[in-house]
Design a protein around this ligand. Structure first.
Ligand SMILES: Cc1cc2nc3c(=O)[nH]c(=O)nc-3n(C[C@H](O)[C@H](O)[C@H](O)COP(=O)(O)OP(=O)(O)OC[C@H]3O[C@@H](n4cnc5c(N)ncnc54)[C@H](O)[C@@H]3O)c2cc1C
Length: 388
């Protein structure tokens, strides 16, 4: 009873999606998760943790059957994406330019997880162990033994989807490279005087970007990047005081807002040196934690899920033993370089906007203006960011 093809440790957005994707292939899957997400009811205030879900992620969520439920709950589509440092360098990306009806949706992380859990709980190939936690992991040539707080499970393959501080990664002795950006991001949920927006925008300052993500109705999620001391000071303010600071620092187009809720998160970059070791694979934040500036974190995690499903489906289809090392290594080959490229591009952008010299500022603004005048480059960049 405690023997599975795959055990997924972590039932967050990426772990739950991985379990469904593997169960779709006919594999038996267990998920181990520390705590269940709170169930949804429409009168709940918006959560602080939200994600900009790309077109590619939307496709995956549709394929896994979770999207339909999310549409019935709540989400906010956006058609345009505005980026600027100054008024002159304002660049706008539009869904129409890549023949799409929208560029993505802003959705609460918990709702994405819950919609996937609904499907997990209906799937006969998936067993959910929650609340449960991983204590020990031992690999032999034939299987992996996972000691949990109350039982022992055995699996051919273990998927570490247990987030940025992955214990699976640690137990498998997989090292990481990375750094602390010495910055934090403050997430602020606000009610706006403006009606629901169809644009998400980000304005760059030397201290870090300020961003607006539209939410359903006249609501928005603001992201304020700054050094840790400043974010600490802002966190200590009352909502009314923070409101004053937001009105002073954010661009006028935000309009008048009322602060509803706030929390701060440190920014770190971490990349696992391997996504595959023996019978252990890493996906999502367990494999890569990226600067959230371009809203790519969970989207990269969902791309991992697609790649993993593709690699294993192909092996099953061609009669290979899907759990052998050569097959599992193909997942790493497909994803690690792609993720590294995205992480490095984000870091280059982030660091370039933090540069104070007038020359760097001129180059940045010229770059943004040039992108505006070259539709082919602009549309390619947009399609890449949307994952299509
Ligand atoms: C400020 C901020 C803004 C962001 N904005 C965006 C955005 O707009 N778009 C985007 O794509 N991404 C965004 N991200 C990134 C995104 O939130 C993460 O990439 C995403 O949450 C990672 O999902 P995950 O499922 O891999 O990990 P997690 O969400 O961390 O889930 C891990 C799960 O594993 C469980 N777990 C951990 N350890 C154990 C254990 N030992 N045993 C059992 N269970 C365990 C946890 O309880 C949790 O449920 C943002 C991040 C930050 C910090």
């Amino acid at each position: 009873m405690n023997q599975f093809d795959c055990v997924v440790v972590g039932g967050g957005m990426v772990g739950a999606a991985s379990a469904l994707a593997l169960a779709e292939l006919g594999l038996t899957v267990a998920i181990i998760e520390k705590s269940a997400p709170l169930t949804f009811s429409p009168e709940q205030a918006f959560d602080l943790r939200v994600s900009a879900i790309s077109l590619a992620s939307e496709q995956l969520l549709k394929q896994l059957g979770a999207w339909q439920q999310l549409q019935q709950w709540r989400m906010c589509p956006y058609k345009r994406l505005g980026v600027s440092e100054s008024e002159q360098s304002y660049t706008e990306f539009d869904a129409q330019d890549i023949s799409q009806s929208h560029l993505g949706h802003i959705i609460e992380n918990r709702l994405i997880q819950l919609s996937l859990w609904q499907k997990v709980q209906q799937h006969s190939n998936i067993t959910l162990f929650c609340p449960e936690t991983l204590i020990k992991l031992e690999q032999s040539s034939a299987e992996v033994e996972l000691t949990l707080s109350t039982q022992i499970l055995r699996a051919k393959v273990v998927i570490g989807a247990d987030g940025a501080n992955s214990y699976v990664r640690k137990l498998a002795n997989i090292g990481t490279t990375g750094w602390d950006y010495a910055q934090s991001a403050m997430l602020i949920n606000v009610c706006t005087d403006n009606p629901q927006q169809d644009i998400t925008w980000q304005q760059f300052f030397q201290t870090g970007p300020l961003a607006m993500l539209p939410m359903p109705g006249n609501n928005a999620s603001l992201v304020w990047y700054h050094n840790k001391d400043e974010i600490k000071r802002l966190s200590a303010l009352s909502n009314a005081q923070l409101e004053q600071e937001v009105m002073q620092q954010f661009p006028d187009k935000l309009g008048k807002v009322r602060v509803i809720n706030k929390a701060a998160f440190p920014l770190t970059r971490r990349h696992a040196n391997q996504y595959h070791k023996d019978r252990v694979l890493l996906v999502g934040d367990a494999a890569h934690t990226i600067n959230p500036m371009a809203g790519q974190g969970v989207n990269l995690g969902f791309k991992d899920v697609k790649a993993l499903q593709h690699v294993i489906a192909k092996a099953i289809g061609s009669g290979e033993a899907w759990h052998q090392a050569e097959v599992l290594a193909r997942y790493q080959q497909k994803r690690r370089t792609d993720n590294l490229l995205m992480m490095t591009t984000m870091d280059a952008l982030y660091l370039s906007f933090g540069h104070v010299s007038p020359l760097a500022k001129f180059a940045r603004n010229a770059g943004l203006m040039m992108v505006n005048k070259l539709p082919s480059i602009k549309n390619k960049a947009l399609a890449y960011a949307c994952g299509i």
